[in-house]
Design a protein around this ligand. Structure first.
Ligand SMILES: Nc1ncnc2c1ncn2[C@@H]1O[C@H](COP(=O)(O)OP(=O)(O)OP(=O)(O)O)[C@@H](O)[C@H]1O
Length: 299
């Protein structure tokens, strides 16, 4: 099931096309990342998805329906840092947000609990660390208990400690069943948090899918047979598999190789077993997302 389906979404500003025929789907329960360099169209895409920006063309469906007041209540969004009052407490600030969003005050306590701020709820906002301030911003999106959170650059501008706090919080929220959609130009953050992603560049989709699909067969695979098989025997069998290329002896009984797209470690295991070779280790060597990202956007 998809919580969000974006189809051929386009935004034209005068002569400039900010977003061009962007399509992707966000699976329910995923932590979905919109990844792209500055100006690639992440904020514009999110704005159109949330109905705060008018799309030039294309369609947006939330929970298999067009965006409506009813679907909006199921989404909590933070497109820019909220303006909290420094002299008011966390609780008082959320009271104001709850009034604007017209949600019951009763959801404030759970939003504070979910973001780990209950113990500090009566302290002034100005006494909070950067990470706590951002957690309060996320608490504001949780008011009304939405199923989906949309967070634009949630770790931007935070110190390392704040980044860890926010990342942990997002993973916690996902573990508790929320679908979280985040945008970021920080590859490392996307890699650490997301289960799925779309890579945008110059307003267009470069690639989309589960995070593993960005590494999977794109990286090399490391293989070590049981000691009774010699490296030579292994190479001979692997050499006969047309979808295995670029064999390299890595020493200590390890051989590395590439597999043609569509093949997985399980295929390798079966093919070797069929030839009487038992493998004690097959490890996909994940290509770092950064390498993959630059390969994609430079393509
Ligand atoms: N109101 C506007 N008028 C004209 N051009 C715009 C407007 N808003 C955005 N753009 C252009 O659209 C493109 C996409 O911008 P957008 O803010 O969506 O990118 P982004 O990926 O979110 O970048 P950032 O990480 O810097 O926020 C950019 O080239 C930007 O200059």
């Amino acid at each position: 099931m998809y919580v969000l389906e974006i189809d051929a979404l386009t935004k034209v500003y005068g002569r400039a096309t900010a977003v061009q025929a962007v399509s992707f789907q966000v699976p329910a329960g995923s932590v979905f990342g919109l990844l792209g360099p500055n100006g690639s169209g992440k904020t514009t895409t999110m704005g159109m998805a949330l109905g705060v920006l008018h799309a030039t063309s294309g369609s947006v469906r939330w929970f298999s329906e067009p965006l409506s007041e009813a679907t909006k209540r199921r989404i909590g969004a933070m497109l820019e840092a909220p303006n909290f009052y420094p002299y008011l407490s966390a609780y008082q600030n959320l009271e104001r947000v709850a009034a604007i969003k017209r949600v019951a005050k009763s959801s404030i306590a759970s939003a504070l609990a979910e973001t780990g701020l209950l113990a500090r709820q009566h302290d002034r906002f100005q006494t909070f660390s950067l990470g706590m301030k951002q957690r309060l911003a996320i608490a504001a999106t949780l008011l009304g208990n939405p199923e989906v959170l949309v967070l634009d650059e949630p770790t931007n501008g935070l110190d390392p400690q704040g980044i860890v706090e926010v990342r942990t919080l997002i993973l916690d929220l996902a573990a508790r069943g929320k679908t979280v959609i985040i945008s970021s130009h920080l590859l490392d953050e996307i890699e650490k948090m997301c289960t799925h992603l779309v890579v945008l560049n110059k307003g267009q989709v470069c690639a989309t899918g589960p995070v593993e699909s960005f590494f999977g067969t794109a990286g090399r695979t490391l293989i070590r047979p049981r000691p009774e098989t010699t490296t030579q025997q292994l190479r001979q069998v692997l050499g006969g598999l047309p979808w295995v290329t670029d064999l390299q002896d890595e020493g200590n009984g390890y051989t590395s190789l590439n597999m043609t797209s569509g093949y997985h470690p399980g295929d390798l295991n079966m093919a070797l077993f069929a030839q009487g070779i038992v493998v004690s280790e097959i490890t996909p060597v994940r290509r770092n997302l950064e390498t993959q990202f630059f390969a994609l956007i430079n393509r």
